[in-house]
Structure formats: structure tokens, C-alpha cells
Design a protein around this ligand. Structure first.
Ligand SMILES: [Cu+2]
Length: 150
């Protein structure tokens, strides 16, 4: 049975895919520049958990003086519907779970953005967790009217 070792290796590889993820990973990060200078920008990303519980408590970038975690929501009905947002303190990341910050939902509000940022630039985004650990990822900058890149 000369093919058996190859099948055995494949089975091992598949088994590895289904193990609990071993580390928290962040990706698909991007930053929307404001249409009007001096207004806040926003940042979005996704983060996936490992085998333990984590809590995301802040997200920062060297190109913003101050940041807040926000959540957007719709209030009212029909023509009276409005989109509002409120600050959130933290976001739990359960074992193996995924948190997605996306337009219309959770976002990072970026106050005091550095001047001279351009669409296409890449900047550092730092995710801070309740246990004091940080996770860095790279965010792609998009213009005010550009579509979401992820
Ligand atoms: Cu906001």
C-alpha cells in the first residue's frame, strides 16, 4: 500500500486545521479619512480569538491623538430613522470567536488625526486587551468616499 503514508500525512494536516487556534489574530484593518479635515476618522478590523477568553479594551494608532470604541445603531422607524452611536467600554472575545468592527456597527473613533495622511498609506493599529497585552496590525488608509477594502 504505497499510498498510505501520503493519506496519513493528509489526515494529520486536516486534524491540525481543526485544532483550537493558538493565538489571537488581527487583520482586515483599515482607516477611513474624514471628508472634512479636523473631523474624526474611523478604523475597522477583525480579530479572532485563541482558546481562552479575552476582552478588547482599547484600539490606538500613532496617527490619532485619542481614540474611542463606538457602536452605531439605528433608532426610530421609516423616514424618522436615524443612525446614532455611543461609546462602548470593551468587547469580549470568547474562545475561537471573532469580533468584527465594520461600518454601521462597531468602530474605532479617531480624534486628532495627523495631517498629511493619504489613501493607500499603511499605519499601525494597536489592539489592547484587558490582560495588558497588545496586538499590532497594519491598517490601510482609504479616502472618505472610497469603498470598504475588506
Ligand atoms: Cu463613532
Amino acid at each position: 500500500m504505497p499510498r498510505l503514508p501520503a493519506l496519513f500525512a493528509l489526515a494529520l494536516a486536516l486534524a491540525a486545521c481543526h485544532r483550537q487556534p493558538e493565538e489571537v489574530r488581527a487583520g482586515d484593518a483599515w482607516l477611513r479619512l474624514p471628508a472634512v479635515a479636523d473631523r474624526p476618522g474611523a478604523a475597522y478590523f477583525k480579530v479572532t480569538g485563541d482558546a481562552r477568553d479575552h476582552v478588547l479594551v482599547n484600539v490606538s494608532t500613532p496617527v490619532a491623538r485619542r481614540t474611542e470604541l463606538h457602536e452605531s445603531m439605528k433608532t426610530g422607524e421609516g423616514a424618522a430613522a436615524m443612525s446614532t452611536m455611543k461609546p462602548i467600554d470593551n468587547v469580549p472575545l470568547p474562545p475561537g470567536g471573532t469580533i468584527r468592527f465594520a461600518p454601521g456597527g462597531k468602530h474605532v473613533m479617531l480624534f486628532g488625526l495627523e495631517k498629511g495622511l493619504h489613501a493607500g498609506d499603511r499605519v499601525r493599529l494597536v489592539l489592547g486587551f484587558g490582560d495588558g497585552t497588545d496586538l499590532e496590525t497594519e491598517a490601510k488608509i482609504v479616502g472618505p468616499a472610497d469603498p470598504a477594502p475588506y
